[in-house]
Design a protein around this ligand. Structure first.
Ligand code: NAG
Ligand code: NAG
Length: 405
């Protein structure tokens, strides 16, 4: 019976034309209620999903690629909570499901040139296609048009990859500095640096809890050339084990570049899979050119863009989010930053709905540490530019002991 519902729906499903793309095959199955087990860090607690109709749409572009869109599917863990909450949800693999972690299999064409199709999917095209098709499937299933005609009423983005072309290259900076000074700390030494930094900077805060307020204002070192700042630095308190990683080879310690800046530099900057990113030297003129791209994808006046960053999150510097909000601030609303490494929020999606649907803006997100963290605490993640401050009395692990100032 449920099988029948999904295939009947597919047989009457009308897909909108999508610029540049050809839709190959919508397919669907009905699924009985099930539970998605928790998988850190993508899904922190199990999600109970009601009976759903899972639709898969495959599309392709020229030059040939294969991009899969899943609507209300159990596949990507990130869809679980939204579907469990009674929402229609969609996700897209941007055509790299074979190896989503590395551009190795798809970054370069056979002739060695950059695969611009894949890069276009990654940078912008896929988000739009997922939105248009996800809405078409949903509207077709429920037989109603959505209330608003704009593409999106609101966006909730956790640690978004804003300014990707710039900050991914900036992530090489620790390796450049280590090469310049000829010192490659061991993991223990790096951990000692982080602990000392938290101790010193945490002293400035009124609550000595290992959480640094506004960590993005205190950084280790930032990429610069000839005194000119190229991008931001890693916030104090963030671990250094990935970006400033080292490895011992034949008894000698050498640099070890994190896989994202490593692969993106090799494939998309150098077009050379064999290039060694640990060989990049400090220079005063031009070695690495950094370029800032501004994302104009969502600039409807009054658009609700809710973004939050972990202030001490090593791979995605929070300052990029701040810069973006300042640049497009006239049309964006925005909530500030979690400062705890490994934080989560419990009310971000509800807040987006209250905001986008009812125009209610709340002052803070409810932040708390991850379930398995050694220290359990709660913090307000305040609306930018406000920051969370201890009121001076009350339990330091409770939200009500803090205010946004
Ligand atoms: C650091 O480098 C080692 C190799 O020495 C590697 O095994 C490890 O995964 C790296 N750590 C991170 C966090 O990337
Ligand atoms: C480590 O030693 C082996 C064996 O002597 C050698 O083949 C290899 O090139 C050395 N690696 C480095 C990075 O020096």
């Amino acid at each position: 019976m449920t099988m029948f519902v999904a295939s009947l729906f597919i047989s009457v499903l009308l897909m909108p034309p999508i610029a540049e793309a050809t839709i190959l095959s919508p397919s669907g199955i009905s699924m009985l209620p099930f539970t998605i087990p928790a998988v850190t860090p993508l899904l922190l607690s199990p999600a109970s999903v009601p009976m759903i109709c899972a639709i898969t749409v495959i599309l392709t572009h020229q030059p040939k690629d294969t991009v899969t869109i899943q609507a209300a599917s159990h596949g990507p863990l990130t869809l679980g909570p939204a579907v469990a909450g009674g929402f229609a949800a969609a996700s897209i693999d941007i055509g790299v499901s074979a190896n989503p972690w590395s551009p190795e299999s798809c970054g370069l064409k056979e002739n060695g040139e950059v695969n611009l199709g894949v890069l276009t999917n990654f940078a912008s095209r896929s988000v739009r296609e997922m939105t248009v098709i996800g809405k078409a499937v949903t509207e077709s299933f429920y037989g109603k048009r959505s209330q608003y005609q704009e593409l999106l009423d609101g966006i909730l983005a956790g640690a978004p990859w804003i300014y990707w072309p710039t900050y991914v290259i900036a992530e090489l900076w620790s390796q450049v500095v280590m090469k310049e000074v000829g010192v490659y700390p061991s993991p223990d030494e790096l951990n000692a640096v982080v602990a000392a930094a938290i101790l010193v900077c945490g002293e400035i805060d009124e609550v000595k809890d290992g959480v640094i307020n506004e960590p993005e204002k205190k950084i280790y070192t930032r990429p610069e050339t000839g005194g000119r700042q190229l991008w931001y630095g890693i916030p104090i308190g963030a671990p250094l084990d990935s970006l400033a990683n080292t490895t011992a080879v034949n008894g000698t310690r050498i640099g070890f570049t994190s896989f994202v800046p490593d692969t993106w530099t090799r494939y998309f900057v150098k077009w050379d899979p064999g290039y060694r990113t640990t060989s990049i030297e400090l220079c005063t003129t031009t070695c690495l050119t950094m370029r800032i791209l501004i994302y104009h994808g969502f600039n409807t006046p009054g658009g609700n863009f809710l973004v939050w960053h972990g202030g001490a999150y090593q791979p995605i510097f929070p300052q990029g989010g701040t810069l973006y909000v300042q640049r497009v601030g006239a049309v964006m609303n925005h909530y500030g930053f979690g400062t705890t490494p490994g934080a989560r929020t419990s009310n971000a999606f509800e807040m987006l709905i209250a905001w986008a649907e009812y125009g209610i803006t709340l002052e803070f997100l409810k932040g708390q540490t991850l379930p398995l963290a050694s220290v359990q605490l709660r913090r307000k993640i305040c609306r930018y530019p406000l920051v969370s401050r201890y009121r001076g009395f009350g339990n330091m692990n409770e939200l009500k002991s803090f205010e946004c100032v």
